[in-house]
Design a protein around this ligand. Sequence first.
Ligand code: HEM
Length: 432
Amino acid sequence: MNGIHPVSGARQIGAPVIQAVGMNIAAALRVRRRGYAGWTGAVNTDYDPLDPATAAQPFDAYRGLYASGRVHYNPRRATWILSRHDDIRAALRNTDAITSTQGVTRMKISAPILVLTDGADHARMRRQVQPGFTKGAMSDWQPMADRLARELVADLIANPGCDVVSRLATPFPIRMIAHILGIPPGDVDRFRSWSEDGVGVMNAALTPAGLRQAFGGIRAIAALRRYFSEQLAAGRLTGTDTVLGRLVDHNEDGELSDDELFFFAMLLLFAGNETTTNLIGGMFDTLAHNPEQFAMIRDHPELIPGAVEEQLRYSTPIQNLYRYTRTDYRVGEVTIPSGSRLLLAFGAANRDPDVFDDPDTYRANRNPHSHIAFGYGAHMCIGAALTRMEGQAVLRELTSQAAAITAVGSTTWSTNTSLRGPTHLPIRLTPA
Ligand code: HEM
């Protein structure tokens, strides 16, 4: 089966691989349009992050990628793939060659928002938002994280067999963001419902139901927009202990408009909700299936911060993001041509056997400091400290309130191409 791919010029290896004869003409044309017809030494692969079954369980595919080379190419998706830890970090460092300005997902998109800028523009925007996430901010928000974790874990104990995703992993980050934004308690329920519907836009499929979901999401974002305008006009949401208030107080680049404040609030909702839900849901799945690890954390609560770090590595809530090359980019013997779409498989890098010993095993005491679940380099997650605070608060409450976690049904995993986590996980907590 090994040989040179007649269209892409890439080397083919072992089964299953994309066969040139089986490749459809549209895909071949796409490959041609991208100017990728010569030998580059990349290994052709049929690893397809868009395939729902692969997205739900990508780990066999990752093992196949490590075994077969450093740089892969999927001709059907016209996508280059990096999966090794060192290669992905090097790519994330080199924003001259590998840019975020043309999008970080499969869809090419440019917009003047933090995650889609590079260089000086990015540094300026990052300076604007950083005051929202200082140590002082974290300590202001810690009591809320602790209280929410206590209430929601107690609620799980009181409802054996309930779905931990809808009962705790979903409401926890949304209620934290509502708190951080200073949404008055009486408005939290409608804020939550708009937020959940609004974030749903990102997952909407191209089906009639998906389109209905997308329209519902757009309506919800419009409702959030109206709500923010009214609140900001009335001088609310910018108190000193809110995230927007901190931005206004520390902004050095002139006054922030209401539009800018609204977009920042949306960025928090979109970047911080489902990711944290996936982390927390993943933590319940892991601990339910590794009871000896849960027992170890209960016996040694000092392991809690490291156990959350290991969960970040192990579940990697953002499994991959894209970049686009703006010059030819060399990785080992392979040159990825300028103008290519490049997938960075964070989930694979976090299980790279050259970096993490026995990578498919969760070890609460591993201390995996070099994981890249929050990305790496200039765009590294600004919500990392908040996420850690939330994950640790939940784990602290779990270990103090529960003696054991039992999965009372199987876990359903999302089939989203990039954001991975449980969508349903019925559990029972044995009270401590
Ligand atoms: C488990 C939870 C989370 C994970 C796994 C995660 C992961 C990531 C990753 C991988 C990036 C890098 C994006 C890139 O390189 O293009 C990122 C950036 C970012 N994250 Fe998070 N994130 C999480 C939670 C949060 C939270 C709670 C917030 C805010 C409330 C947040 C806000 C952001 C923002 C604003 C960026 C863009 C930073 C920039 O472009 O400079 N994230 N996150």
